[in-house]
Design a protein around this ligand. Structure first.
Ligand code: HEM
Length: 134
């Protein structure tokens, strides 16, 4: 066989990964890496169920939300079987949408003073009418 230093990364497409979502074969994606957790399900301190729910898909967010210990992270490395194919990675990237409310500053600059100006004018006129009526 080839030298041991030659460690080609195995890439899996999302289509392929999605097939491994039952107890016969349970894969999850964490940070673009593919983990085969089939044998780990029963040993997982956090329970089988949470892993099953994520099977065949990206569990990164849930994994991080739990705040797994360094030990857990070390252990997780032993289950890595490959990586998500680079072409498929953009499909995974769904960063928690940070809503950047880009106010169209161009269109609003004039409303910023026109509206107050008109309001002021209206108040001034009402005041005049009020005074005149006296
Ligand atoms: C390779 C993958 C994983 C490994 C090796 C792993 C390992 C562990 C370990 C060792 C613990 C005990 C607490 C700690 O040391 O942090 C734990 C707890 C837990 N894990 Fe995982 N885990 C993995 C993936 C996941 C995933 C994908 C989820 C969620 C979908 C998850 C959810 C939980 C939960 C809910 C707990 C319980 C936390 C608590 O009781 O406070 N784990 N895991």
């Amino acid at each position: 066989m080839a030298g041991q230093e030659e460690q080609a990364v195995k890439y899996y497409t999302l289509e392929e990964i999605e097939k491994h979502k039952d107890s016969k074969s349970t894969w999850v994606i964490l940070h673009h890496k593919v983990y085969d957790l089939t044998r780990f399900l029963e040993e997982h301190p956090g329970g089988e169920e949470v892993l099953r729910e994520q099977a065949g898909g990206d569990a990164t967010e849930n994994f991080e939300d739990v705040g797994h210990s360094t030990d857990a992270r070390e252990l997780s490395k032993t289950f890595i079987i490959g990586e998500v194919h680079p072409d498929d990675r953009p499909k995974l990237a769904k960063p928690t949408e940070t809503l950047i409310t880009t106010v169209e500053s161009n269109s609003s600059w004039w409303t910023n003073w026109v509206i107050p100006a008109i309001s002021a004018l209206a108040v001034a006129m009402m005041y005049r009418i009020y005074i005149a009526e006296d």
